[in-house]
Write a protein that binds this ligand. Structure first.
Ligand code: HEM
Length: 149
């Protein structure tokens, strides 16, 4: 259980921390200092480096989370089930980002179609904003849930 918890939290740190940095630090500065061709090329490259780590994190969080739920069995607290629901929603949103707007962003950048790239990046920004909020909420749910259980 301890090893599962460590790997679970490492996955959470990489995913949620990465989204926080991208959304709260890189995005506002890139929007001011870079023109669309450089900005969209930067984001396609940044996501190309970050998203494989998100897939690793998703796999770790899901495997370790389900392992802990199975170990806890009937003693699984309600907040862990809420975490399972929120986590599953986050993973589905990430899958959508990866296969729809991120695929469009890569295509747009390779074709130098900056208008289509801007639209795709706008969708990614909205969905990462939602996922970041869900991630922070999920972390709060665990600790508030524990305090109340
Ligand atoms: C998707 C499926 C997930 C499942 C099945 C799951 C399940 C669990 C379980 C069973 C625990 C141990 C609860 C306890 O012993 O008190 C746990 C701990 C935790 N989970 Fe999740 N979780 C999932 C996703 C997530 C996500 C997406 C986040 C955050 C964004 C998250 C954050 C945490 C944190 C911070 C802990 C506390 C670790 C510790 O202090 O031991 N989990 N999870």
């Amino acid at each position: 259980m301890e090893l599962s918890a460590i790997l679970h939290v490492l996955g959470v740190v990489v995913w949620v921390g990465g989204m926080f940095f991208a959304y709260m630090a890189l995005r506002p500065v890139a929007a001011i200092v870079l023109e669309p061709p450089q900005r969209l090329t930067l984001w396609a490259g940044v996501f190309g480096k970050f998203f494989p780590w998100v897939w690793v994190s998703v796999a770790l969080i899901l495997a370790t989370g389900l392992h802990m739920v199975v170990k806890l069995g009937a003693a699984t607290p309600l907040y862990a089930l809420v975490m399972l629901a929120l986590g599953t929603l986050m993973m589905m949103l990430f899958g959508h980002v990866y296969y729809v707007p991120y695929a469009k962003l890569k295509r747009a950048v390779s074709q130098q179609n900056w208008q289509a790239g801007g639209a795709a990046l706008g969708q990614i920004r909205t969905l990462i904003g939602v996922n970041l909020s869900l991630g922070l909420l999920t972390i709060a749910v665990v600790f508030v849930g524990r305090a109340l259980t």
